[in-house]
Design a protein around this ligand. Structure first.
Ligand SMILES: [Zn+2]
Length: 271
Protein backbone atom coordinates (compact mmCIF):
# COMPACT_ATOMS: atom_id res chain seq x y z
CA UNK A 1 0.00 0.00 0.00
CA UNK A 2 1.45 3.36 -0.94
CA UNK A 3 1.00 6.48 1.13
CA UNK A 4 -1.40 8.00 -1.38
CA UNK A 5 -3.81 5.07 -1.05
CA UNK A 6 -4.36 5.65 2.67
CA UNK A 7 -7.24 7.77 3.87
CA UNK A 8 -5.19 9.99 6.15
CA UNK A 9 -8.22 11.61 7.81
CA UNK A 10 -9.02 8.42 9.72
CA UNK A 11 -5.54 7.91 11.21
CA UNK A 12 -4.08 9.47 14.38
CA UNK A 13 -1.16 11.86 13.85
CA UNK A 14 1.44 9.58 15.48
CA UNK A 15 0.45 6.70 13.20
CA UNK A 16 0.61 9.04 10.21
CA UNK A 17 4.15 10.09 11.13
CA UNK A 18 5.16 6.44 11.49
CA UNK A 19 3.78 5.71 8.03
CA UNK A 20 5.57 8.73 6.52
CA UNK A 21 8.83 7.65 8.10
CA UNK A 22 8.41 4.07 6.94
CA UNK A 23 7.62 5.36 3.44
CA UNK A 24 10.80 7.50 3.43
CA UNK A 25 12.91 4.59 4.69
CA UNK A 26 11.49 2.28 2.06
CA UNK A 27 12.34 4.69 -0.75
CA UNK A 28 15.89 4.97 0.60
CA UNK A 29 16.12 1.15 0.73
CA UNK A 30 14.84 0.92 -2.85
CA UNK A 31 17.35 3.48 -4.03
CA UNK A 32 20.24 1.74 -2.27
CA UNK A 33 19.26 -1.60 -3.79
CA UNK A 34 19.03 0.00 -7.24
CA UNK A 35 22.37 1.78 -6.83
CA UNK A 36 24.17 -1.23 -5.45
CA UNK A 37 23.24 -3.25 -8.49
CA UNK A 38 25.41 -1.08 -10.71
CA UNK A 39 27.57 1.19 -8.57
CA UNK A 40 31.06 0.68 -7.23
CA UNK A 41 31.03 -0.67 -3.67
CA UNK A 42 31.66 2.05 -1.10
CA UNK A 43 34.81 0.33 0.16
CA UNK A 44 36.17 0.16 -3.39
CA UNK A 45 35.61 3.93 -3.82
CA UNK A 46 37.32 4.55 -0.49
CA UNK A 47 40.33 2.41 -1.47
CA UNK A 48 40.57 4.10 -4.88
CA UNK A 49 40.43 7.59 -3.38
CA UNK A 50 43.16 6.66 -0.92
CA UNK A 51 45.34 5.16 -3.67
CA UNK A 52 45.30 1.79 -1.95
CA UNK A 53 44.30 -0.15 -5.07
CA UNK A 54 44.94 0.35 -8.77
CA UNK A 55 42.07 1.86 -10.75
CA UNK A 56 40.67 -0.32 -13.53
CA UNK A 57 39.15 0.82 -16.82
CA UNK A 58 35.74 -0.23 -15.46
CA UNK A 59 36.21 1.90 -12.30
CA UNK A 60 37.28 4.87 -14.36
CA UNK A 61 34.40 4.59 -16.80
CA UNK A 62 31.92 4.29 -13.95
CA UNK A 63 33.33 7.29 -12.04
CA UNK A 64 33.15 9.38 -15.22
CA UNK A 65 29.46 8.63 -15.67
CA UNK A 66 27.93 8.12 -12.25
CA UNK A 67 27.29 11.36 -10.29
CA UNK A 68 26.76 9.59 -6.95
CA UNK A 69 29.95 7.49 -7.08
CA UNK A 70 31.87 10.50 -8.41
CA UNK A 71 30.54 12.62 -5.52
CA UNK A 72 31.62 10.07 -2.93
CA UNK A 73 35.02 9.67 -4.59
CA UNK A 74 35.52 13.46 -4.57
CA UNK A 75 34.55 13.64 -0.90
CA UNK A 76 37.04 10.97 0.18
CA UNK A 77 39.79 12.52 -1.98
CA UNK A 78 39.12 15.95 -0.46
CA UNK A 79 39.34 14.51 3.04
CA UNK A 80 42.67 12.86 2.25
CA UNK A 81 44.02 15.99 0.55
CA UNK A 82 43.28 18.14 3.60
CA UNK A 83 46.30 16.45 5.16
CA UNK A 84 48.79 17.79 2.63
CA UNK A 85 49.76 21.32 1.43
CA UNK A 86 47.85 22.48 -1.63
CA UNK A 87 49.65 21.52 -4.84
CA UNK A 88 49.16 24.98 -6.40
CA UNK A 89 51.00 26.57 -3.48
CA UNK A 90 53.83 24.06 -3.72
CA UNK A 91 54.23 24.58 -7.46
CA UNK A 92 53.72 28.37 -7.56
CA UNK A 93 57.44 29.17 -7.38
CA UNK A 94 58.13 32.86 -7.94
CA UNK A 95 54.41 33.58 -8.47
CA UNK A 96 53.65 32.85 -4.82
CA UNK A 97 52.72 35.76 -2.57
CA UNK A 98 53.38 35.06 1.07
CA UNK A 99 52.65 37.37 3.95
CA UNK A 100 53.42 35.69 7.22
CA UNK A 101 52.76 38.88 9.12
CA UNK A 102 49.84 38.22 11.45
CA UNK A 103 46.82 40.45 11.03
CA UNK A 104 46.23 42.79 13.95
CA UNK A 105 43.28 40.69 15.04
CA UNK A 106 43.12 39.23 18.49
CA UNK A 107 40.49 37.70 20.73
CA UNK A 108 39.60 41.23 21.81
CA UNK A 109 39.20 42.44 18.21
CA UNK A 110 41.25 45.10 16.47
CA UNK A 111 44.40 46.79 17.58
CA UNK A 112 44.00 49.88 15.40
CA UNK A 113 47.54 51.15 15.85
CA UNK A 114 48.99 48.57 13.49
CA UNK A 115 49.01 48.89 9.72
CA UNK A 116 47.62 46.07 7.60
CA UNK A 117 49.97 43.79 5.68
CA UNK A 118 50.78 44.23 2.00
CA UNK A 119 52.85 41.73 0.01
CA UNK A 120 53.87 40.80 -3.53
CA UNK A 121 55.17 37.70 -5.28
CA UNK A 122 58.90 37.38 -5.76
CA UNK A 123 58.45 37.98 -9.50
CA UNK A 124 56.51 41.15 -8.51
CA UNK A 125 53.54 40.25 -10.73
CA UNK A 126 50.91 39.57 -8.06
CA UNK A 127 50.07 41.77 -5.07
CA UNK A 128 47.83 41.39 -2.07
CA UNK A 129 46.71 43.96 0.46
CA UNK A 130 44.39 43.76 3.44
CA UNK A 131 41.81 46.51 3.79
CA UNK A 132 39.61 47.03 6.83
CA UNK A 133 36.09 48.26 6.16
CA UNK A 134 35.13 51.46 7.89
CA UNK A 135 32.62 49.72 10.12
CA UNK A 136 35.21 47.04 10.98
CA UNK A 137 32.67 44.35 10.27
CA UNK A 138 34.71 42.82 7.51
CA UNK A 139 38.21 42.52 6.19
CA UNK A 140 38.86 42.70 2.49
CA UNK A 141 41.80 41.11 0.75
CA UNK A 142 42.55 42.99 -2.45
CA UNK A 143 44.47 41.02 -5.09
CA UNK A 144 46.04 42.83 -8.06
CA UNK A 145 48.11 42.14 -11.13
CA UNK A 146 49.13 43.90 -14.35
CA UNK A 147 49.84 40.67 -16.18
CA UNK A 148 47.20 39.32 -18.59
CA UNK A 149 48.52 35.76 -18.26
CA UNK A 150 47.82 35.92 -14.52
CA UNK A 151 44.40 37.48 -15.08
CA UNK A 152 43.54 34.47 -17.27
CA UNK A 153 44.00 32.10 -14.35
CA UNK A 154 42.17 31.60 -11.09
CA UNK A 155 43.76 33.04 -7.98
CA UNK A 156 43.94 30.79 -4.94
CA UNK A 157 44.20 32.29 -1.47
CA UNK A 158 45.00 30.44 1.71
CA UNK A 159 44.58 32.15 5.06
CA UNK A 160 46.72 30.40 7.57
CA UNK A 161 45.72 29.98 11.17
CA UNK A 162 48.38 29.81 13.86
CA UNK A 163 48.08 26.02 13.91
CA UNK A 164 48.50 25.81 10.14
CA UNK A 165 51.68 27.86 9.79
CA UNK A 166 53.34 24.87 8.09
CA UNK A 167 51.02 25.33 5.11
CA UNK A 168 48.23 22.89 6.00
CA UNK A 169 44.61 23.70 6.60
CA UNK A 170 43.46 27.24 7.11
CA UNK A 171 40.81 28.84 4.97
CA UNK A 172 41.07 28.55 1.18
CA UNK A 173 39.15 30.61 -1.36
CA UNK A 174 39.39 31.10 -5.11
CA UNK A 175 38.75 34.26 -7.11
CA UNK A 176 39.07 35.66 -10.61
CA UNK A 177 40.81 38.90 -11.47
CA UNK A 178 38.59 41.39 -13.32
CA UNK A 179 39.58 44.50 -15.29
CA UNK A 180 40.12 47.37 -12.86
CA UNK A 181 38.93 50.97 -13.26
CA UNK A 182 42.61 51.83 -13.48
CA UNK A 183 43.77 50.86 -17.02
CA UNK A 184 46.28 48.05 -17.22
CA UNK A 185 45.30 46.47 -13.92
CA UNK A 186 43.20 43.43 -12.98
CA UNK A 187 41.88 43.21 -9.46
CA UNK A 188 39.54 41.32 -7.22
CA UNK A 189 38.41 41.65 -3.63
CA UNK A 190 37.64 38.81 -1.26
CA UNK A 191 35.63 39.75 1.80
CA UNK A 192 35.84 38.00 5.14
CA UNK A 193 33.60 38.86 8.09
CA UNK A 194 35.92 39.67 11.00
CA UNK A 195 33.69 37.81 13.44
CA UNK A 196 34.46 34.62 11.48
CA UNK A 197 38.17 35.26 11.16
CA UNK A 198 38.81 36.06 14.80
CA UNK A 199 37.56 32.90 16.50
CA UNK A 200 37.87 30.38 13.70
CA UNK A 201 41.10 31.07 11.98
CA UNK A 202 43.15 33.30 14.19
CA UNK A 203 45.07 34.26 11.02
CA UNK A 204 48.17 34.42 13.12
CA UNK A 205 49.86 32.45 10.35
CA UNK A 206 49.37 35.02 7.59
CA UNK A 207 48.16 34.55 4.04
CA UNK A 208 49.40 33.04 0.77
CA UNK A 209 48.13 33.60 -2.76
CA UNK A 210 49.06 32.22 -6.17
CA UNK A 211 47.71 31.86 -9.71
CA UNK A 212 46.07 28.47 -10.26
CA UNK A 213 45.27 26.68 -13.50
CA UNK A 214 41.86 25.09 -13.09
CA UNK A 215 43.09 21.86 -14.71
CA UNK A 216 45.31 21.28 -11.68
CA UNK A 217 42.55 21.69 -9.08
CA UNK A 218 42.23 18.76 -6.73
CA UNK A 219 39.05 17.51 -5.06
CA UNK A 220 39.65 19.61 -1.95
CA UNK A 221 40.21 22.70 -4.11
CA UNK A 222 36.99 22.04 -6.01
CA UNK A 223 35.08 21.98 -2.71
CA UNK A 224 36.61 25.34 -1.72
CA UNK A 225 35.94 26.73 -5.18
CA UNK A 226 32.24 25.90 -4.86
CA UNK A 227 32.23 27.65 -1.50
CA UNK A 228 33.89 30.70 -3.07
CA UNK A 229 31.19 30.91 -5.75
CA UNK A 230 28.42 30.39 -3.18
CA UNK A 231 29.70 33.36 -1.17
CA UNK A 232 29.39 35.80 -4.10
CA UNK A 233 26.28 37.96 -4.24
CA UNK A 234 24.17 36.77 -7.21
CA UNK A 235 24.28 40.11 -9.01
CA UNK A 236 27.95 40.87 -8.32
CA UNK A 237 30.56 41.13 -11.11
CA UNK A 238 32.43 38.30 -9.36
CA UNK A 239 29.43 36.00 -9.70
CA UNK A 240 28.90 36.94 -13.34
CA UNK A 241 32.57 36.07 -13.96
CA UNK A 242 32.02 32.68 -12.28
CA UNK A 243 29.00 32.10 -14.52
CA UNK A 244 31.12 32.76 -17.61
CA UNK A 245 33.81 30.51 -16.23
CA UNK A 246 31.27 27.78 -15.50
CA UNK A 247 29.88 27.93 -19.03
CA UNK A 248 33.38 27.68 -20.48
CA UNK A 249 34.74 24.80 -18.45
CA UNK A 250 31.48 23.24 -17.18
CA UNK A 251 31.34 20.64 -19.92
CA UNK A 252 35.03 19.72 -19.94
CA UNK A 253 35.20 15.94 -19.50
CA UNK A 254 38.42 16.28 -17.48
CA UNK A 255 36.31 17.55 -14.59
CA UNK A 256 34.49 15.00 -12.42
CA UNK A 257 30.83 14.65 -13.38
CA UNK A 258 29.67 15.39 -9.82
CA UNK A 259 31.56 18.70 -9.87
CA UNK A 260 30.15 19.65 -13.26
CA UNK A 261 26.60 18.96 -12.04
CA UNK A 262 27.16 20.88 -8.80
CA UNK A 263 28.68 23.82 -10.67
CA UNK A 264 25.81 23.90 -13.15
CA UNK A 265 23.26 23.71 -10.33
CA UNK A 266 24.85 26.54 -8.42
CA UNK A 267 25.07 28.80 -11.46
CA UNK A 268 21.46 28.05 -12.43
CA UNK A 269 20.15 28.51 -8.89
CA UNK A 270 21.43 32.07 -8.75
CA UNK A 271 19.78 33.05 -12.03
ZN1 LIG B 1 27.78 4.68 -9.27
Amino acid sequence: MSLSEINLGSIPLSKMLDLAQEHALQSIRNRLARDQAHCLPIFRIDDLARNLVAITAHDRAHLQNCPSCSRLFERVCAERQSQVPRSWIESAGRSLVTSLEPLPLGPAGWSPMRTLPWAESSDQQLEIEWILDRDREQLTLEIRSQLATIADQLIGVQILSEESADGDGGLVRFAQLLPDAEPGWWTTRLRFPTRELIPMHGIGGGVQAAPVQWETLQAIDRADLMRSIRECAPDSPAFVAWQDWGFTIGTDPRLPISFRIELQGLIDSHE
